[in-house]
Ligand binder design. Structure first.
Ligand code: PEP
Ligand code: MG
Length: 532
């Protein structure tokens, strides 16, 4: 039995036969052509065909991964018809009198390199999109077709896997995924999470594994090749136990510990699908509405009415249960075209969250108008991300007050929306005694808090450790300060969905946990099993 360690993306287990996805042929050679116009026409037909494939893929994927996730294929379809890409291909065909395959290959290299060289991490990530689109065009041009799948169920092992390649797999045969490249934040990883496919990255595939039996342990982050019978037996037992436990997961009802302590269990959402899942799984409220999702995909800022409608829809669907609306947390690893952050060498430490909002006060005012209007007479709160100083929160609250006044002057009900501070920087945690005087509640963003406390990028799975003692101690201090001031504390980072994290947070005295909606039943069970 051989053992390989990788990075966890989706923490589930798979046992099955390995299928190694063959690397696509690398370099494409320039074959001379005599009829340049015919070659250009061939490229145009190819682009149309590839765009059609991608649009169909977008439609057929919607049911499996949801509208938001399936949108990537529609974006790729548009890219195959991109004017600049086409011009580059045509220029190469004409200049060298060469085949379309070579021109596409060169255009792909040119544009993906261009994106890869960009400072901005969002644009750098687009290099992979260009590569995906180029690979598809080459597959159509060469008649190579798409990924071949074995007949039996399999664990797919690949150098890298594009969203397109993933969606071509038959879901009922695909047991798990292991790739060498890719991070937990790639489009493919997001799709795997949404479909709960056990997934690891950081393991270099070996073609000799083809057909061998393997265990993919997404919880420990290991791949076992040719496991012995006893190991397989143990894993099968674990899988059975997990399946039984999952079946028995409580989908609703209050989360009360064995000793009778009530922990409010809420959901983090960013769109309507997550809202639906939160309701299905009995969320007691929305602990975090990530409003930046409205801004991320858009070239234009969402206006007040669009925001109002979206917030109102969520508030109404929650039927009186509390909805905490966070002002847009744009910047860092969440860049938005419609509200670019000032250039910086390190976006995580740059002008993100409330800093960017204070740079664009008009955008903040518009958002607050929409939140206050939607929240009038409802159980709604607003939450400010990435606060680091009293000066900042004072400035934000002054703006909020003036927006409220403005609405009143216009004869519009501005409601009585509570205001909370996200504690996700060490500064805010250390100053939490003072911060508590400005807030109706705290929400602890353990994802960012851990990254800033540990000086470890939250995307770096080797250094990043959200349950680190230093993080837990800071959270404990924050909870103490909050309770002394008489305000409640929610924890909305991933730590609130982690088994040990939940136990630590309950012990510390957190009043509320807010987690990804699909994890609500598991978290509910962990809370119910808690005892000191
Ligand atoms: C966090 O930082 O823990 C958090 C919940 O915010 P986000 O993950 O959106 O940065
Ligand atoms: Mg955060």
């Amino acid at each position: 039995m051989e053992r390989f360690s990788g990075h966890r993306v989706v923490g589930e287990i798979a046992i099955g036969i390995i299928h190694v996805l063959a690397e696509e042929p690398g370099k494409v050679s320039p074959v001379p052509v005599s009829d340049v116009e015919a070659e250009i026409a061939r490229f145009d037909r190819t682009a149309k065909q590839a765009a059609g494939q991608l649009r169909r893929l977008s439609e057929t994927s919607e049911q499996r991964v949801g509208v938001e996730n399936a949108r990537i294929f529609a974006v790729h379809a548009m890219m195959t018809e991109d004017v600049d890409y086409r011009e580059e291909v045509i220029r190469t065909i004409r200049a060298g009198k060469v085949c379309a395959e070579y021109a596409v290959y060169m255009a792909g290299r040119h544009f993906s390199q261009m994106f890869a060289d960009m400072e901005d991490s969002y644009f750098r990530a687009r290099a992979q999109d260009v590569k995906d689109v180029t690979d598809r065009l080459l597959a159509v041009l060469t008649g190579r077709g798409t990924v071949e799948m074995p007949e039996e169920s399999y664990i797919l092992v690949a150098e890298d896997l594009t969203p397109g390649q993933l969606m071509q797999q038959k879901r009922n045969r695909l047991l798990g995924i292991v790739t060498s490249r890719g991070s937990a934040y790639s489009h493919t990883a997001i799709l795997c999470k949404s479909m709960r496919i056990p997934t690891l990255t950081g393991i270099v595939p070996n073609p000799s594994w083809e057909g061998h039996r393997a265990i993919l342990d997404g919880r420990l982050g290991v791949l076992l090749i040719d496991p012995d019978t006893e190991t397989v037996r143990q894993y099968l037992k674990q899988m059975k136990e997990t399946a039984e436990r999952n079946e028995a997961l409580p989908e609703s009802g209050p989360a009360v510990t064995k000793e009778g302590r009530r922990v409010l269990l809420c959901a983090n959402i960013g769109d309507r699908e997550e809202l639906a899942c939160a309701i299905r799984n009995g969320a007691e409220g929305i602990g975090l509405l990530r409003t930046e999702m409205l801004f991320l995909d858009s070239q234009e800022l969402p206006n007040e009415e669009e925001q109002f409608t979206f917030y109102k829809e969520i508030i109404t669907a929650m039927g009186g249960r509390r909805v905490v609306i966070r002002t847009a947390d744009i910047g860092g690893d969440k860049p938005a075209d419609c509200l670019p952050e000032p250039p910086t060498d390190n976006p995580a430490l740059g002008c993100r969250g409330i800093r960017l909002s204070l740079l664009h006060k008009d955008v903040l005012r518009t958002q607050l108008r929409a939140i206050f209007r939607a929240g009038a007479g409802e159980n709604v709160a607003v939450l400010y991300p990435m606060i680091t100083s009293e000066k900042e929160i004072r400035e934000v609250k002054e703006i909020a007050e003036s927006v409220r006044e403005e609405l009143k002057q216009e004869g519009i009900d501005a409601g009585n929306v509570e205001q909370g501070i996200m504690i996700e920087t060490p500064a805010a945690a250390v100053l939490s005694d003072r911060m508590s005087t400005y807030a109706d509640f705290f929400s602890i963003g353990s994802n960012d808090l851990a990254q800033y406390v540990l000086a470890a990028d939250r995307k770096n799975s080797t250094l990043y450790e959200p349950g680190h003692e230093a993080v837990i101690r800071l959270i404990a201090m924050t909870v103490n300060h909050a309770h002394r001031a008489g305000i409640p504390v929610s924890v909305c980072g991933e730590l609130a969905a982690d088994h040990d994290g939940i136990n630590a947070l309950i012990a510390i005295g957190a009043d509320e946990l807010s987690v990804s909606p699909s994890l609500l039943p598991e978290v509910r069970r962990t809370i119910r099993e808690y005892e000191t």
